[in-house]
Design a protein around this ligand. Sequence first.
Ligand code: TMP
Length: 210
Amino acid sequence: MSGFFITFEGGEGAGKTTILTAIKDKLIEAGYDVLTTREPGGIEIAEKIRAIILDPSHTKMDARTEALLYAAARRQHLVEKVIPALAEGKIILCDRFIDSSLAYQGYARGLGVDEVYQINQFAIEGKMPDLTLYFDINPKEGLRRIIANKEREQNRLDLENIQFHDQVHDAYQQLLTKFPDRIQRVDAKLSIPEVKNIVYQHITRFLKEQ
Ligand code: TMP
């Protein structure tokens, strides 16, 4: 029995982490076996890599170093947590995966989407998500939400200027066209209960089709 690998993607302040937690509870109530996790991180080694990547004092970090560190964290998380859970038949809800690297490093940092896809193939050996929910929010609105939410950690990428976040937003629009069967767009401007319902419907429809 093999489980399903579902990823949540989007720019800063799109609300994907809040929705992910809510959806987990709803799926468990409905009787599904669910595991939630995040990237970069989700296991000890990858959380340590996360701390290095996102440390606001690491202003000298080169863009390729950044891309390689995300790919390294991804590799370890995949083999140590995601693949074993899939083998147990679980539904994995993962906060970010390869599309974040394509959008942030490939497009916004200018490394090239194809190049970043290639280095990630070395890390993931073809293991792409079964379904991806993309939380679409205007970058200005997303950053406004982050500033309003004082609980959330401020990281090195939040400190980038609005042009960077606009580029990330453009990149995700391109990824929607590149992977139309895998990625579903969700309007993240709607209220939390509305977004939660839409995401739940996408996931349960997908699971019933399998
Ligand atoms: P988070 O804010 O969703 O926890 O993600 C941490 C930051 O890392 C966020 O600014 C997006 C960024 N990121 C990348 O740039 N590339 C990646 O591959 C991943 C997974 C995250």
